[in-house]
Design a protein around this ligand. Structure first.
Ligand code: ADP
Ligand code: MG
Length: 702
């Protein structure tokens, strides 16, 4: 049972009231006092140091500067409208920019007043600016701080307008802490708190909001992050156990003639050691009689599809059917062609079912599925969602999992059956271990960490914009050799219109650079209809065009073996894993392949490290690790919003070790007390129930 104090509705906290309560609920999901106390600072300001304008560089974190705003004006039209200000101290001038809340900024901010400015400098067009800075009039309060570490809370424009900015929220939190009872219930067992030397819960809550010193802040963070990760793991492990107890999978007890003859007669090469190991792992799992839920990770081209196919043969040998789902029609078609080709000499029936399958063919597929005549069905998500009836479905393979969260996965098995198909999820985006533990903690994992022999590694180069003429020359040479070229432009999320304009300009430039009508250029972007996109992709795939100008929509597994050059424009704007995925589009044929990263010449330390890593390494797991280390909370927040992972305090990029610790603690706990029945473990059951009940509040993984 959690303390009634934490359950108190937020409107009953002094200083809140019904209107602010409504805002806190709608803007921040704060319903109860506990939610407010879990509205953690996103940083702490070291208010002891002021910077000067001439000391600024692009690697500085959030800093404070004293000075005056000497001008404020509105620029741009419609979506690009913005406020731009000039901020000056005795050493120089700095540009300030606001894209949102312009009306509010215009009324709240004055020129020629002494301000303490707070923000993070960026380099833009070779000058420093600060986007959405905070400005406070100079006062004793902000220039003579006693405590060095002051909490800063995330807020929103609407909250700001109700004086619930960082400071206002801080005041409410202070009130709540003042009212917190001396004894609050623990959410972790005494033994665990002791063994891990954790701060007691109450002290951790106090210290995270109002640290007495950096060491106690560190310990408070440790305790609260550990708890957060612990409950994610506990939930995952319970989910997994629960599923194992409730569902059975078809036992594939024999290895039969299809598997054997395919293995011995129809694969024109030797399996890699990693492929063999993974096939063994899968084989052991599907023979047990429990249902398999497995994640298969491996870099592009590592031979996952083959492993999937051999797993499907295991199903068929045991009298079951298999299905393979891909995220798009073009990918499903590609799988269908590859698998049909590999199985051409075997007595097996494979069909393709997508949105464009005609009614007659659809009907035939339905009949053959029911009669059991059809062995393998390949298609898009529609395969499962439209309730296609199999006579005996034994295995579902899902390719390119990244659109498949826990919720969607659960759809596959929440159908009231006790007897469910095995599930194998393939991903070509290597996921660092700690991330995989969190996102897919309920799955077993297999990793193919070896590429088939004889691949010519892709050569990667980094050039600055000024080298464009050389790059165009290189493109002409490759095209003359009969190859094809991708040219990718970044998505700049602020404005779709701008993206399209960038892409359009890029396209026009290419057409200008390649005026000879023998050069054909394709263009694909996210705003095109799916049909148009597929049409253009297909033209490129069929070698009707030579250059594909595109945004990142081509990222997902489309295979054009003849494409040998991947050029990425403004490469400094891409994340590492995205660069790696894009690079994986080439190097799929036998030819020598190239990836050319083109960037501007002013690079931040992080951008440089990203580009250098790409040039140096082709190992997806290594790249994923660097990526995770480089990504600050900022990038992860994007992921969090997209619902992939939602953590309040822990940061998967930085807290890998804590993830491991939390997982070990959970496994040890469940080993010792699988049903959480011991009296000193009741808190876990209660807390899990609590957390589950507060959907929207609970660090949810969807
Ligand atoms: P992934 O799905 O992991 O990207 P694929 O299964 O599509 O990789 O394999 C990529 C290519 O490598 C295919 O042409 C496949 O036939 C080939 N291949 C797979 N395994 C091996 C192997 N052990 N030796 C040689 N070539 C292989
Ligand atoms: Mg593949």
């Amino acid at each position: 049972m959690s303390s009634p104090f934490f359950e108190t509705k937020i409107e009953f906290l002094k200083g809140v009231g019904p209107q602010r309560a409504e805002l806190l609920r709608s803007e921040l999901g704060i319903y109860r006092v506990e939610d407010l106390l879990q509205h953690y600072p996103f940083r702490y300001v070291d208010r002891t140091r002021f910077y000067k304008v001439n000391e600024i560089n692009a690697d500085l974190p959030y800093i404070q500067i004293r000075g005056k705003l000497i001008e404020l004006k509105e620029l741009g039209e419609a979506r690009s409208r913005r406020l731009v200000g000039r901020f000056r101290d005795e050493t120089g001038e700095l540009e300030l920019v606001w894209f949102a809340g312009l009306r509010w900024v215009k009324t709240a901010i004055r020129t020629n007043v002494d301000y303490v400015l707070f923000g993070r400098p960026n380099l833009f067009n070779k000058r420093y600016n600060i986007v959405h800075p905070e400005l406070e009039p100079v006062s004793d309060e902000n220039t003579l701080r006693t405590s060095a570490l002051q909490a800063v809370y995330p807020s929103s424009e609407k909250l700001n307008a109700r004086s619930l900015d960082s400071k206002g929220l801080g005041r409410l939190i202070k009130t709540a802490i003042a009212q917190m009872p001396d004894q609050v219930s623990e959410t972790l067992s005494v033994e665990l708190v002791h063994a891990m030397k954790l701060l007691p819960r109450r002290e951790a809550i106090v210290q995270i909001h109002a640290p007495s010193d950096p060491e106690l802040l560190r310990r408070a963070e440790f305790r609260l992050k550990f708890e957060e990760l612990f409950y994610i793991q506990l939930r995952m492990q319970r989910l997994k156990k629960d599923r194992n107890a409730r569902y059975q999978g078809p036992p594939f007890s024999t290895i039969g003639s299809n598997f054997n003859s395919f293995y011995k007669e129809h694969i024109p090469f030797e399996l890699t050691g990693a492929q063999k190991r993974v096939i063994r792992e899968i084989r052991q799992d599907v023979a047990k009689g429990s249902q398999m839920n497995r994640l298969l990770q491996g870099d592009v081209g590592s031979g996952k599809t083959l492993v999937a196919l051999m797993s499907m043969l295991m199903a068929i040998d045991n009298g079951y059917q298999a299905a393979l789902m891909a995220p798009t029609e073009i990918l499903a078609t590609q799988h269908y062609q590859n698998i049909s080709r590999m199985l051409a000499k075997m007595p097996l029936k494979v069909a393709l079912l997508t949105g464009s399958t005609r009614t007659v063919a659809r009907r035939e597929i339905a009949e053959q599925l029911q009669s059991g005549e059809l062995h393998i069905l390949i298609g898009t998500h529609a395969l499962i969602e439209k309730g296609v009836q199999f006579s005996k479905l034994g295995l579902v393979v899902i390719d390119e999992q990244h659109r498949f969260g826990v919720e969607q996965r659960s759809k596959l098995w929440a159908k009231g059956d006790v007897f469910l198909p095995h599930i194998l999820i393939m991903t070509a985006t290597p996921i660092p271990r700690t991330l995989a533990m969190t996102l897919y903690g309920d799955l077993e994992t297999s990793i193919i960490d070896e590429l088939p022999p004889g691949r010519t590694p892709i050569k990667t180069f980094h050039y600055f914009d000024s080298a464009k003429p050389r790059i165009y020359q290189f493109m002409r040479e490759e095209i003359a050799l009969g190859r094809q070229v991708y040219l990718v432009y970044p998505l700049i999320e602020e404005s779709e219109t701008l993206d399209l304009k960038n892409l359009q300009e890029g396209y026009e430039q290419i057409v200008r650079e390649f005026p000879d009508p023998k050069y054909k250029v394709s263009m694909v972007h996210g705003r095109m209809k799916a049909k148009e996109k597929e049409h253009e992709m297909r033209r490129f795939k069929d070698h009707e065009t030579h250059i594909m100008v595109a945004t990142t929509v081509i990222e997902v597994g489309v295979d054009v073996p003849n494409a040998s050059v991947m050029i990425i424009e403004s490469a400094e704007r891409f994340g590492l894993s995205q660069l790696h995925q894009l690079r994986g589009r080439v190097g799929r044929g036998a030819e020598k392949s190239y990836c050319i990263l083109v960037s501007g010449d002013k690079l931040s330390t992080d951008s440089r490290l990203r580009l250098d890593t790409m040039v140096r390494s082709t190992d997806g797991f290594e790249i994923a690790d660097v990526d995770l280390r480089l990504r600050g909370h900022g990038d992860l927040e994007g992921k969090q919003q997209s619902g992939q992972v939602n953590l309040r305090l822990a940061n998967l990029a930085k807290d890998g070790q804590l993830v491991q610790l939390a997982r070990q603690a959970v496994l040890a706990l469940l080993e010792q007390d699988p049903k959480l029945e011991a009296h000193n473990h009741h808190m876990y059951v209660d807390r899990l129930r609590d957390l589950n009940a507060q959907s929207g509040n609970w660090s949810r993984i969807s």
